[in-house]
Design a protein around this ligand. Structure first.
Ligand SMILES: O=C(O)CCC(=O)C(=O)O
Length: 337
């Protein structure tokens, strides 16, 4: 696997998760070494042979399209503003990235959970609660809800395995992160987003096409992105160039968020990215956000001296302490105003 180990990358590397899951000790070590480099310098990679069946991935994209094809009035009935738990549909232009309106529709939902009692200490428990499911005969006939829940379970398992490999890259036990990512625990949290980007149109205020999502770094831990065949995702290297992350069938684009960068003491990198749909087709994508328990307190890990030696950026402030749920609640409050 040729990998450019520089932050001036021009392509996004591809990993085969089977080399980690089923490989001999040498393959595993090589996988971990390369993953460490990519997480440090690039922060984005593709993953194949991750255990989620390709039919289920294709089905998930079909179900995404079927959801957004519902009449607008049906989607509006489950608008995200009706849910105190920030779960539901966001219409075109409803969401802001860095204060600017995106050109996309959204639908957020997560683990099936009962609402929790919030308190002054734990206001973030509001993020846990029931999903708003679309009521539609068309979707029912497609076994929509059952299939997306099956998909969440499958992609969560793959995400957990990637987090194990990531712990090993930092010299930690393989269950270091995954103990805090357990979907069966009470404070568990994970979000699946369905996204629809209309065909590109010119921005009336500039010569650039309208941004589907403006440049941003992801705020959580790890994102596993399923995209259709249209393309439009771009990742910024340290020269400021936008590098395409085109669709590769059967793979996920995986990237690191700000919380995992902080947790890794800035060893891992949360890389800016954006989406511009310049095609004449509608684009669909399905990011899954792999997140720890909301009660997790993230504080920069101590990094081994070998890793510290060749750090490309300064460490995080060791006094930083972030309650995961507080951070996520703030992100939602900022994005939907
Ligand atoms: O749709 C995509 O390809 C990426 C979406 C994205 O950047 C995000 O949800 O943060």
């Amino acid at each position: 696997m040729p990998i450019n180990h520089s932050a001036n990358f021009e392509t996004i590397p591809l990993f085969d998760l089977q080399e980690f899951a089923l490989g001999n000790p040498l393959d595993r070590q090589q996988f971990i070494n390369q993953l460490r480099n990519v997480c440090h310098h690039i922060g984005f990679f593709y993953i194949k042979n991750h255990g989620v069946h390709i039919e289920l991935m294709h089905k998930m994209l079909e179900l995404t399209e079927a959801f957004f094809n519902l009449p607008q009035a049906e989607k509006d009935k489950i608008n995200i503003s009706f849910s105190p738990h920030y779960r539901g549909y966001g219409k075109l232009g409803e969401e802001l990235t860095k204060g600017i309106r995106d050109y996309k529709e959204t639908y957020d939902f997560g683990l099936e959970q009962a609402a929790r009692q919030t308190s002054d200490e734990q206001p973030y428990l509001i993020l846990q609660g029931p999903n708003q499911w679309p009521e539609s005969e068309t979707l029912r006939a497609l076994r929509w809800k059952e299939t997306v829940l099956e998909y969440i379970a499958a992609v969560q398992t793959a995400g957990t395995q990637i987090m194990s490999a990531m712990a090993l890259t930092l010299g930690l036990p393989d269950n270091y992160f995954t103990d805090k990512f357990c979907p069966q625990q009470r404070d568990a949290y994970a979000i699946l987003r369905l996204l629809r980007y209309p065909p590109g149109r010119m921005n009336p205020h500039s010569v650039e096409p309208e941004l589907g999502v403006g440049p941003h770094t992801d705020t959580g831990c790890l994102v596993m992105l399923l995209q259709d065949t249209v393309g439009g995702l771009e990742v910024q290297n340290c020269r400021g160039e936008w590098i395409a992350a085109p669709p590769i069938d059967g793979t996920y684009v995986v990237n690191i968020g700000e919380m995992l960068q902080l947790w890794s003491n800035n060893y891992f990198l949360a890389t800016p990215h954006r989406v511009i749909n310049t095609s004449s087709r509608i684009r669909h994508s399905v990011p899954f956000f792999v997140e720890p328990l909301l009660s997790t307190v993230v504080t920069p890990l101590e990094i081994s001296p070998e890793l510290l030696q060749n750090m490309e950026r300064p460490n995080a402030n060791p006094a930083t302490k972030v309650v995961y749920g507080d951070h996520m609640l703030h992100v939602y409050q900022r994005s939907f105003q």
